[in-house]
Design a protein around this ligand. Structure first.
Ligand SMILES: Cc1cc2nc3c(=O)[nH]c(=O)nc-3n(C[C@H](O)[C@H](O)[C@H](O)COP(=O)(O)OP(=O)(O)OC[C@H]3O[C@@H](n4cnc5c(N)ncnc54)[C@H](O)[C@@H]3O)c2cc1C
Length: 380
């Protein structure tokens, strides 16, 4: 049977996250964006409010929420500020490989650290020479007694300069492409690890994006996640689980763009009347509302499928591709509705448009989502 009702617990979570966005994020978002300040204080408050590490199981100190619950929270936090929400939410991406392939000791140690106090973790797969083509990675590992020794550079890593631990991917033999890749979890303070925050982002500037370098880093053998040579598979399953979240980020940003546009269209006058009277403006608002409802439903369905154990469904890619592209269009039209003011940073829509762009790029670009979808359709 199909039901479109949220449970009482989900409605409460949504209200809590929305209130947090209104009180703790929106008032600070512009300043944090302009100064590219990492929002330590807001993250600490989110942690206290139970709005971090949603999917960590209760036995490791987390709330053990479902993917759908997480999406409901993410939508509201991203209504507030996608940059700050990114800082709060990046732990989820690092958590997933542990839930997928970690053993009990790894979960207890690393997930337990996240829930004990406000700390960060990062998922490091992208490299300067290998983004969409993950299997082309050159970060290498070799076995040396009770250790794996890692060498290489990861970049564009969310919370990479803040993380207390990493899930990182490396290859035993680059020629073997995806078959050579393994996943490791290890503390960020091991000798040989250096990191630096990367600057000059278009949007989501409050979030941390970093380059992380591994130079003869000796990871204890207990840091291998799952089976050797299965790292590529774990990364792909991680993305299947995480892509609905990008749909929810897009929904939050888009809903904010619509709400700001509605307010402005009613108060701004041209030719002696509110611009909301012009059909050209009304149609943009109507299209926004249609697309937001569609992306929310697609995101919920993709998240629900993940929660039913059907994460390999292409719906996660549908949700990410559709929501990211629609969000870009919606936020661009929000700037249009604001006219010249929309182009300036005095109003929030310019930031929404800049923040939206990342959704078409990370965790698989909009093109890569279509590659995934087409492969499924064509059974390739
Ligand atoms: C702010 C930010 C945060 C990020 N956070 C993380 C993180 O936490 N962890 C992490 O590991 N990575 C992270 N990333 C990296 C992100 O996932 C990659 O940037 C993304 O996967 C694209 O890789 P690329 O930048 O190397 O682009 P490329 O792979 O070089 O792609 C360039 C262009 O070619 C297109 N293209 C490539 N291959 C194909 C194909 N087969 N068919 C059609 N078109 C194709 C792409 O769609 C794109 O338009 C982040 C990136 C940014 C900008």
């Amino acid at each position: 049977m199909i039901t479109f009702e949220l449970t009482e617990e989900q409605r409460e979570l949504k209200a809590l996250a929305h209130k947090f966005a209104e009180h703790e994020m929106i008032p600070r978002a512009r300043e944090y964006d302009l100064n590219a300040t990492f929002p330590h204080d807001v993250c600490a408050k989110a942690f206290e409010a139970g709005l971090m590490n949603f999917q960590v199981p209760q036995e490791f100190g987390g709330p053990g929420l479902t993917t759908l619950d997480s999406c409901i929270i993410f939508e509201e936090l991203n209504y507030g500020c996608a940059g700050i929400a990114g800082a709060i939410g990046a732990n989820e991406l690092a958590t997933l490989p542990l839930l997928i392939a970690g053993n009990t000791e790894q979960k207890r140690s690393y997930l337990g650290a996240l829930t004990a106090k406000p700390t960060f973790a990062a998922f490091a797969i992208t490299e300067p020479g290998a983004g969409s083509d993950v299997a082309a990675m050159s970060t290498s590992y070799r076995r040396d007694g009770d250790f794996y020794v890692l060498n290489g550079v990861k970049h564009f890593i969310s919370n990479g300069s803040q993380a207390q631990w990493y899930v990182a991917f490396a290859t035993a033999d680059r020629q073997r492409r995806h078959k050579g890749v393994s996943a490791f979890v290890f503390p960020a303070d091991l000798p040989g690890i250096s990191r630096r925050r990367m600057h000059g982002k278009l949007g989501q500037r409050a979030g941390d994006t970093a380059e992380v370098t591994f130079e003869e880093v000796r990871v204890p053998a207990s840091g291998l996640l799952g089976e050797e040579g299965e790292g590529f598979k774990y990364a792909m399953i991680t993305f299947d689980h995480s892509r609905p979240s990008i749909g929810s980020i897009a929904t939050g940003i888009s809903q904010r763009a619509l709400d700001e546009s509605l307010k402005y269209a009613k108060q701004r006058s041209a030719f002696g009347q509110p611009i909301a009277n012009f059909q050209a403006i009304q149609f943009m608002l109507a299209d926004m509302a249609i697309e937001i409802e569609a992306m929310r439903l697609l995101t919920y369905k993709a998240a629900w499928l993940v929660d039913q154990g059907q994460a390999r469904s292409p719906l996660s890619a549908y949700a990410k591709a559709f929501a990211a592209d629609a969000c870009m269009k919606i936020t661009t039209n929000a700037v249009q509705i604001f006219g010249g003011y929309g182009y300036m940073d005095e109003y929030p829509v310019q930031k929404l448009m800049r923040d939206a762009k990342l959704l078409q790029i990370y965790e698989g670009t909009s093109q890569i989502q279509r590659v995934v979808i087409a492969r499924d359709l064509l059974k390739l």
